[in-house]
Design a protein around this ligand. Structure first.
Ligand SMILES: Nc1ncnc2c1ncn2[C@@H]1O[C@H](COP(=O)(O)OP(=O)(O)O)[C@@H](O)[C@H]1O
Ligand SMILES: [Mg+2]
Length: 340
């Protein structure tokens, strides 16, 4: 119970004292002065407030989310507030956890449905697209040096892009078994850099291979792991190209202990905190329709995990973004039993 006029506490139950301490003024139970003002404003017209959300202050000074209900009474000639405050900390934590689980379940269901649909569409598109691309290729040769050449060129490039998108959907949807071989990381990186170089050049972004330290071989599916590196490099190039911030994407690796660590870093705009938790989600993209599919990092995650490795975004707000993968190195005794 507290007085409206000056906030002075007239009575406090033992439970309230345990939660809020023994301050003389009820003002100090509110973390924000506006909360108390809003509370009184809401209370005065009807002499009641039910379930108002405020931020309370615990006996030890900590803030907590609270639910506040009150009645205004006349007590010995004074306007007095009789209020009931409930600590919502646990309830909100449980609610947040439930929401998270529901979200995850929803996400998983959505993905499996989407995955099936995408795989179906991609499958259907694959053949006609190959025909378009193939014929464009033939026409290109036939029309060389003619005025139509540029148009055919564009047609061909667009068809190739569609084919790449369709393939990326297919590879995400269908879990191809790993075809493991003993491979050298330097070879994979060289192939990936070759693949990304034309796009990087066009975007005036330099690709730097920072490290050529020879490493022990790894047991990996070379095609799929190369694709992982291509995706990471491409993301760096796109981020720089789209934002106009930054100029280079670099890749380096170290083989210390039993792990190969591969890092792809760019000096682009970086990844903002509010999307950090979602970049590995399938179909999450911030890019325009046609440019991003949101499949890249989800694919990387799946492939690296299938190699018993890990992939993560480096924390911290250094300029640009750095994605690191770790993959186990092949033990010496394992190496002898590997197929040549
Ligand atoms: N190097 C990077 N710099 C900034 N943002 C990035 C980078 N890599 C990934 N992202 C963000 O993560 C999102 C998901 O990436 P990805 O799964 O590869 O899908 P996509 O590239 O098709 O959008 C991107 O849309 C982008 O917002
Ligand atoms: Mg991508």
């Amino acid at each position: 119970m507290s007085r409206v006029s000056d906030g002075q506490v007239i009575y406090r139950s033992p439970a309230a004292t345990e939660l809020l301490g023994t301050a003389k003024s009820s003002f100090s139970h509110f973390a924000q002065a506006e909360d108390r003002a809003d509370f009184v404003t809401a209370l005065l017209p009807d002499a009641r407030v039910d379930n108002m959300r405020v931020i309370g202050v615990r006996a030890n000074g900590e803030h907590f989310p609270a639910d506040l209900s009150a009645r205004l009474i006349d007590y010995r000639g004074d306007d007095v507030i009789v209020s009931n405050i409930e600590d919502l900390t646990k309830e909100l934590a449980i609610q947040a956890e439930l929401d998270r689980q529901k979200d995850q379940l929803f996400q998983a269901e959505k993905l499996s449905a989407l995955g099936e649909m995408l795989a179906g569409i991609a499958h259907e598109l694959n053949n006609p697209l190959s025909i378009i691309a193939g014929n464009a290729e033939i026409l290109h040769e036939e029309l060389e040096n003619s005025p139509q050449e540029r148009r055919i060129d564009k047609l061909s490039q667009a068809a190739q892009r569609c084919i790449r998108i369709v393939r990326s959907f297919l590879s995400l949807a269908r879990e191809e078994p790993l075809d493991l071989k003993s491979v050298q990381i330097s070879d994979l990186v060289a192939n990936a850099v070759d693949a990304v170089k034309p796009d990087a050049d066009k975007a005036k972004v330099s690709l730097n291979v920072k490290n050529t330290e020879p490493c022990q071989s790894i047991l990996a599916d070379d095609v799929q792991l190369t694709q992982v590196i291509i995706n990471l490099l491409t993301n760096g190039v796109h981020a720089i190209q789209d934002s106009g911030v930054g100029s280079s994407v670099s890749i380096d690796w170290t083989c210390s202990g039993s792990e190969l660590i591969i890092r792809v870093a760019d000096n682009g705009p970086g990844i903002s905190n509010d999307i950090k938790g979602r970049i590995f989600d399938p179909l999450f993209t911030t890019k325009q329709v046609g440019k991003g599919t949101g499949v890249g990092l989800a694919y990387c995650h799946r492939i690296v995990t299938a190699h018993n490795g890990k992939i993560w975004l480096e924390p911290g707000n250094t300029p640009g973004a750095t994605i690191t993968c770790s993959v186990p190195l092949v033990e010496d005794d394992q190496r002898e039993i590997l197929p040549k």
